[in-house]
Design a binder for this molecule. Structure first.
Ligand SMILES: Nc1ncnc2c1ncn2[C@@H]1O[C@H](COP(=O)(O)OP(=O)(O)O)[C@@H](O)[C@H]1O
Ligand SMILES: [Mg+2]
Length: 308
């Protein structure tokens, strides 16, 4: 399983955008790209294990434009298609209908303009932190420039002391920081993060959220962040979309059922009344009432709110 969206061997050329789309250039020289989803639908073909009947669609008619440098959070219940949408954005999966464009040119295959980070750090165990981060450098990076860039990123994520360590000698939070540095080494125009902090303890998670904000302030690339954590979305995102099935009709695909712009500059006050109101709306959209209970379950139910 590749640790990152490996661009090598694809025909997509970052310089070949149609040019009309908006983009911004960040202080580190990378561009932040527009990502445009146009009427995305995804249905998986039936498999032997799933039986001969056609599977219902996973996604239906998802249309959305993510602005250059924007942080967009994607929320939704477990299994509703968040990862599928993210994979489609990076060319790791293809939509059945519709199209995704980055910087005005269609995504066709694994896209070198994107870097992907997952819930697990996916580091190579026999390589040091430095060597793992270096794996993210674009192919053809001159040796000296690559070395300098890797050292800079390792410092950015606070791992300078551990640069020579192997993954088993560092904590889970550190491994996830190394993984983030590796994704950034690509200088991605679009950073795709799939529940990147989901496996971390609460405190480490908060620190990683702050780190992501620092990283984004320094190199404001476009970020698509899948999360099941409403507070994380409210803390990090400019805008939040909620994927779901209208009327919970499981025969139909998930689409955007809520979209909201998060007010206020980051870092935001986690205790603000304004955010509390948005939290309530998002939780209701996820089918969770204010007491953290899934709707439709008995009040005495011990089933926790997670996974949403
Ligand atoms: N390669 C695949 N083949 C068949 N079904 C898939 C595949 N990938 C995802 N699915 C199905 O699509 C649905 C959405 O999955 P996913 O996007 O991983 O959800 P989420 O990330 O929101 O939890 C699930 O029902 C899952 O089983
Ligand atoms: Mg997922």
């Amino acid at each position: 399983m590749p640790h990152l969206a490996e661009p090598h061997g694809t025909s997509a050329d970052p310089a070949s955008g149609r040019g009309g789309a908006a983009r911004t250039t960040t202080t580190t020289g990378n561009s932040a790209f527009t990502v445009e989803f146009e009427a995305i639908g995804r249905t998986f073909a039936p498999t032997a294990t799933r039986g001969p009947t056609a599977s219902p669609p996973v996604l239906r008619d998802v249309s959305l434009t993510v602005r250059p440098g924007e942080v967009l959070a994607i929320l939704g219940t477990s299994g509703c298609g968040k990862s599928t949408l993210l994979r489609i954005a990076g060319g790791l999966d293809s939509p059945t209908t519709g199209q995704v464009s980055i910087d005005g040119s269609p995504v066709a295959g694994i896209d070198p303009r994107c870097a992907v980070g997952f819930q697990e750090p996916r580091l190579l165990p026999w390589r040091t932190v430095t060597e793992n981060v270096a794996l993210g450098l674009p192919r053809g990076t001159p040796r000296a420039a690559g070395r300098a860039r890797v050292a800079e990123l390792i410092e950015l994520v606070g791992l300078s002391t551990f640069a020579g360590h192997r993954p088993q000698a560092i904590s889970g939070g550190m491994a996830q920081r190394a993984s983030l540095a590796r994704a950034l080494a690509r200088n991605p125009g679009v950073l795709l993060l799939d529940e990147p902090f989901g496996a971390l303890d609460a405190l480490t998670r908060l620190k990683m959220q702050d780190l992501l904000l620092d990283v984004h302030a320094q190199a404001p690339t476009t970020v698509l962040l899948v999360t099941h954590d409403v507070d994380e979305a409210l803390q990090l995102a400019d805008r939040i979309i909620l994927l779901g099935r209208p009327d919970n009709d499981t025969r139909d695909g998930a689409t955007i059922v809520q979209e909201l712009t998060v007010p206020g500059a980051r870092p935001r006050d986690r205790g603000s009344a304004e955010l509390a109101e948005l939290r309530g709306r998002l939780l209701a959209g996820l089918g969770i009432d204010r007491h953290g209970e899934a709707r439709g379950l008995a009040a005495t139910s011990t089933i926790p709110a997670f996974p949403y």
